[in-house]
Design a protein around this ligand. Sequence first.
Ligand code: FRU
Length: 427
Amino acid sequence: MQTIHLKAPKGWINDPNGFIYYNGEYHLFYQHFPYAPRWGRMHWGHAVSSDLMNWKHLDVALFPTKTDDCDGCFSGSAIEKDGELHLLYTGVRYDAPDPENTNCCLNDKFTAAQLHISSKDGFSFDNFGGKATVIPPISDPDIGDRNHTRDPKVWRGGDGNYYLVVGSTVNKAGRLLFYRSADLLHWDYVNYAAADGYGWMWECPDYFKVDGRDVLVFSPMGIEYGNQAVCTLVDFDERSCSMRIGGDYQFLDYGLDLYAPQSTIDKSGRRIVVAWLRMPEPMDNNAIGMYSMPRVCEVKNDHIFFRPHPEIRAKFNKRIASPAGIYMVKASLSDGEAINIGGYVVKKENGRVVADRSGVIRNHNELRNSFETPALNGAADIEAYVDGNMIEVFLNGGEYVITNAVYDLSDYVSGNVELYTLSDAEE
Ligand code: FRU
């Protein structure tokens, strides 16, 4: 059992996949290379939880078996239909494997198709007999790219049809491709959406409605600070699958370590999001990669909020005098004030919150180690969740979040703070 955050049980994990509340449990799959703490031919690892806090890892759910996914089962999503769990994901076939490491390919060149597999119970997946290619590699370069088209996110439309969006690229500009289906197996291409200023390829798109607004969360490659997860308010018309994407975006998280978020609906109907924490080196178990805690996405005054999941937050109800295990730090900072969480410094400066992890990132001087929010209106109320290799700093109830990978945190917290840990039952 793992508490609060899903962490790699061994080897490597990256994107969250197939996140769904199904038959009374949360299923969370993950991009996984089980053999070493580095990226390689992708599998889907699988974990379940009844409360979004305690995660139990199960056997690998998807692994390469078909020509179209022989070099990896890339990211995708889940949906329930007629009581069964359906997964849509990207299968890849390398153009040329790297002779020195055939788990990878040369020059980032591969062929991508979209595949479907279903499961009667959410636990057993017939990798040999149950897979079907439902969207073959794209052959029209004016529509999308044969190589870089991936990460289907599926949902049920208001008209009863199913819809999916995949990320792609044309002429070095990222775009989304929208498809429609009546049965999850036969898909028709409907439309695309693009916008200037969002890099050359869009990974892991996720579209949903929250608080009456259309939200797009995606991970464009080649924007400010490289490949980053962003979110923006859009207008989507279901019938034509046209999406208007403006130029303004928020980062999903201002720590810039989170990537490839995926959302689902929790058992109470909240839109929740988890994301992959990019880590520069393995954790103590020699495995690498973990996920943020699920955050509730809301839109207020044209701003997208990501607040801690209330059921998890409520568990941090035991006041403690000094830090131990997994804990939460509460503070309120005015300009010029700072707190220090075991070597991770959070301060308020020039109306912004600034986090500095340079003391807790070993010798990774190649990384950016200071992060800041946009300007805030007034004080900064802080709730920071600390779990070994990850600190998640929520500001003003999720107005902004700064999350970072950290190593070797010390056992002290200084500044004007209150500390809480999990109620005894959860320890
Ligand atoms: C994002 C990503 C996805 C892809 C997967 C491969 O991190 O590159 O676009 O499906 O990871 O592991």
